[in-house]
Design a protein around this ligand. Structure first.
Ligand SMILES: [Zn+2]
Length: 729
């Protein structure tokens, strides 16, 4: 019945006896991780694994059987021991008596939901991990090792018209079948009965959902899981329709350049239209598999049917929005118009679905906007509250396509009935999960572009806005430095979950881009990439600037003027005008912060080009505030003498200044010690007498971005420790 490990074609056989721990919780973690490592085995966050292990009871010192099962949240690909809950098997066994005593019991009853808090009472060893809704499925199947998975190939069988018959044919009677049941006590009882009464089975196909299988040893449980999936995938492959999958192509894909141009103009429009209540972040999927589906004859019909596995449609919603776009004859304006009309209709349909399926106890209707958009010739766009969520949503629609492909190859695809989908989507337990979510941070759902994020104030600002939940675009003339900032942010906040997105759209919450703000085409290219990555922008902070020390830059005064004005004035202008194209397309509120300098207000000797360029930048901010109103607030941040972490203060410049001001130092002082001495000297000249740090500047940049100063525009905020000669009048 089993394949040799070399024979698996549709799943990767990853079990390694050399590495696999002996039977233990660690062995369960290992099995989970090798299963999860292959996306074809289960979706992100989907499925769970368990083992029943003898442990020493801390209360009695006796050996007791403990069920270790992947807990709520988390993902089997990355799960560690702490992601598993542990429960006394004996207590779990006793729970059915409690369930049977309820007056209101049965599928989707209040009795079923009342069992969830009971798992806590079965907790072994004060394990804080919350138990999964699938806990009874694992406890009731009286086998040592159990895997419950959502593989595309298996869901394909579970979603076709002939699901029961095909289960018999494909797995030769080794897999039993249960029709769709909402996960919970009753579904577990149904599986328990099959397990107890039909010896010799390997597992159970669960209609519209996935499968569960078991074995007495961890390795054989792993191999059984692979066998179930491989067997289904082979059967689908034998019946695959090749070119005629999904009825063949109806339209041709746009070429890559045209698609990029269309998407970068369309995404901000779509983001604006979708974000009428809260803002969304996008992920774009334009690979061949996605295009084969959206371009096909059957896409429109199948999209209407909706997705099947409950994990899938919780993110993708009951169905995607299919935009009837003709890539050959339609242009951007037509696409936007068709999208907008489609979205309006989608919201009407969603409300009708809610009204038809809800009752007086249902939670209030959620945002009726689509989360998945299909565009023939272009691809799939998934939307979520952050990058991670939008990647998961897109991943789940990719899964749904695979499910439909498989089901259509071997039979006919059928989706879950709407009422059943509704009962999952608006399940009291799901609602409680949403209610438990912590409040969103100030810059959650925002895309913040920091130009100059490679070091100094820009880097500090990138860290500051990331702390408030922003997606951060770290842009800099030096890509390497920008990449370092983005990598450090990713190390702190993680990539998130969800495996989807084509090219830059597969990114995490921080990306690095190279940009020369003196060149419009370079700035345009940057914004195109940002749009493909996230769908738009909300806030732009420019900290990039240039200070050319007279006599040291090797430039004539004329050249210094050209460069200073090109970067410090025109650069800000170019960024502002290009960003404004996106802001206007979105129609969503934005902020722009340009970094100027207190030098703009203080006349002094020796930095003529720099000071006048910064004075011009101050006025640029006022002009832009007028030009970009009412959508965008434009303000200036005017720092002074930030020595720490600044590339504008290399060692020789610091020494020159210390010498000039008669501050004591020795040649053996480190760069940082020298900078500290100069910073302290500068501090003494200010009213607050404290050194000024990049963090002080970042705080002000954040404040101007946060929305807390939403009535302030066209202003210059000095962060200079209090320099009375720089007071603006
Ligand atoms: Zn499941």
């Amino acid at each position: 019945m089993k394949y040799n490990k070399e024979e698996f074609k549709h799943v990767s056989y990853l079990w390694d006896d050399e590495v696999a721990p002996v039977e233990s919780v660690e062995s369960l973690v290992y099995r989970s991780n090798v299963l999860g490592a292959d996306q074809r085995i289960t979706n992100t966050g989907g499925g769970n694994t368990s083992a029943k292990i003898m442990e020493t009871d801390p209360l009695t010192g006796e050996q007791v059987e403990v069920l270790w099962v992947k807990g709520s949240g988390g993902d089997i690909r990355t799960a560690k021991k702490e992601n598993f809950s542990s429960l006394y098997q004996e207590k779990l066994d006793a729970l059915d008596k409690t369930y049977q005593s309820f007056e209101d019991k049965g599928l989707k009853s209040s009795g079923e939901d009342a069992m969830i808090p009971m798992y806590k009472h079965c907790n072994f060893c004060l394990n804080p991990r919350a138990s999964s809704i699938d806990t009874p499925l694992h406890s009731m199947i009286a086998e040592k090792h159990v895997d419950h998975l959502h593989p595309n190939a298996v869901i394909a069988v579970a979603s076709c018209k002939a699901q029961r018959e095909l289960a018999e044919v494909i797995w030769g009677g080794k897999m039993a079948y249960v029709p769709w049941m909402r996960p919970g006590w009753e579904a577990a009882l149904a599986c328990e009965e099959i397990y107890a009464n039909q010896p010799g089975l390997s597992g159970i196909l669960m209609g519209q959902h996935g499968h569960t299988n078991w074995a007495s040893e961890s390795k054989s449980c792993y191999e059984t899981s692979l066998w179930v999936i491989e067997t289904a995938a082979r059967y689908i492959e034998e019946h695959d329709k090749g070119e005629m999958t999904f009825g063949g192509a109806r339209v041709e894909s746009l070429n890559e350049d045209d698609r990029t141009a269309l998407l970068s103009a369309f995404l901000p429009k779509a983001r604006g239209l979708l974000s009428n209540k809260v803002k969304f972040i996008s992920t774009v999927q334009t690979d061949d598999t996605a295009l084969r589906f959206v371009n096909s004859v059957d896409a429109k019909r199948l999209a209407k049917l909706g997705t099947s596995c409950p994990d899938h449609f919780l993110r993708t919603k009951i169905q995607p929005l299919y935009v009837d776009f003709d890539p050959k004859n339609d242009d951007l304006a037509t696409l936007v118009e068709k999208f907008e009309q489609g979205m309006i209709q989608y919201r009407i349909d969603y409300k009708a679905y809610y009204d038809a399926c809800s009752d007086e106890n249902s939670p209030a209707m959620r945002d009726p906007s689509p989360t998945v958009v299909l565009i023939p010739g272009v691809g799939i766009i998934g939307w979520g509250k952050n990058k991670s969520e939008s990647r998961v949503t897109t991943e789940f629609y990719n899964c749904a396509i695979e499910v439909m492909r498989g089901a259509e190859a071997i039979s006919e695809y059928t989706a879950l009935p709407q009422q059943e989908a509704f009962d999952i989507e608006y399940w009291a337990l799901e609602e409680a999960k949403l209610q438990r979510m912590p409040a969103e941070k100030t810059l959650a759902r925002n895309v913040v572009v920091v130009v100059g994020a490679g070091d100094g104030i820009g880097k500090e600002t990138a860290f500051r806005v990331a702390k408030e939940g922003a997606h951060v675009v770290c842009a800099d003339l030096r890509l390497e430095a920008a990449q370092k900032t983005a990598d450090e942010l990713t190390a702190i906040y993680g990539e998130g979950v969800g495996v989807a997105g084509t090219g830059i759209s597969s990114c995490g919450p921080a990306i690095a881009l190279e940009v020369d703000i003196t060149k419009r085409d370079s700035v345009q290219a940057m914004f195109t990439q940002i749009t493909l990555a996230y769908g738009g922008i909300d806030n732009v902070i420019v900290t990039a600037g240039v200070f050319l020390a007279p006599g040291q830059s090797g430039m004539s005064n004329d050249q210094m003027f050209d460069v200073s004005f090109a970067v410090n004035v025109k650069g800000g202008y170019i960024v502002a005008t290009e960003a404004n194209e996106i802001w206007q397309a979105q129609g969503l509120k934005g902020t722009l912060v340009l970094t100027t300098s207190v030098n703009a207000a203080v006349s002094k000797k020796g930095s003529l080009a720099y000071d006048t360029s910064k004075a011009a930048a101050n006025h640029l901010v006022r002009e832009l505030a007028v030009e970009l109103s009412p959508l965008v607030n434009v303000n200036a941040l005017a720092p002074a003498t930030v020595v720490k972490g600044s590339t504008m203060f290399p060692r020789d410049r610091v020494i020159a200044s210390l010498t000039k001001y008669d501050v004591e130092f020795t040649e053996s002082d480190s760069d940082d010690e020298l900078r500290d001495k100069l910073a302290m000297f500068y501090a003494q000249r200010t009213l607050t007498q404290q050194p000024i740090t990049p963090a002080d500047q970042a705080e002000a940049a954040y404040l101007l971005t946060s929305g807390q100063l939403s009535k302030t525009t066209g202003q210059v905020l000095s962060v200079d420790g209090g320099l009375h000669e720089a007071f603006l009048r």
